[in-house]
Design a protein. Structure first.
Length: 140
């Protein structure tokens, strides 16, 4: 008769651990996803506040509001990447209306819209800012 003591996990114990991990993952992933979305949206709102304060400073020095390239230069390229008339920061594209404003148009005001680049099942997110400094979430 062999009296060897075996150690280790049984198949039932391993399956039980896998089921518990699966249940925890099912519960936590939606919360992590929504927290990630909230952080991205918060970053866009913070960017809008920075743009708004930069516009006020630019207006007081130049008598008109600034274009993205001018604001980004004033912020030492901290706002994002400017391509053409679009400011890109993380998953958001910021556009100014009118697209290529003249100095005369920028004396009277501006409108900036931040649109989230969505993929798959993500909801579109749109935030707007005007010369009044009011930031409004348009979508969702």
């Amino acid at each position: 008769m062999n009296n060897k003591k075996q150690s280790g996990f049984s198949l039932i114990e391993l399956l039980l651990v896998l089921v518990i991990i699966g249940v925890l993952a099912t519960i936590t992933f939606p919360f992590l996803y929504s927290a990630k979305q909230a952080a991205e949206n918060g970053n866009a709102f913070a960017s809008m506040r920075t743009i708004s304060s930069s516009q006020i400073s630019f207006f007081s020095q130049n008598g008109r509001f600034g274009r993205f390239d001018e604001l980004n230069t004033a912020q030492m390229n901290g706002l994002g990447t400017v391509t053409s008339n679009v400011l890109i920061r993380d998953k958001f594209n910021f556009t100014m209306t009118p697209g290529t404003p003249t100095d005369a148009q920028l004396r009277s005001g501006y409108s900036i819209t931040a649109t989230k680049s969505v993929t798959g099942s993500e909801l579109p997110n749109v935030i707007s800012l005007t010369q009044t400094g009011q930031i409004v979430q348009v979508l969702p």
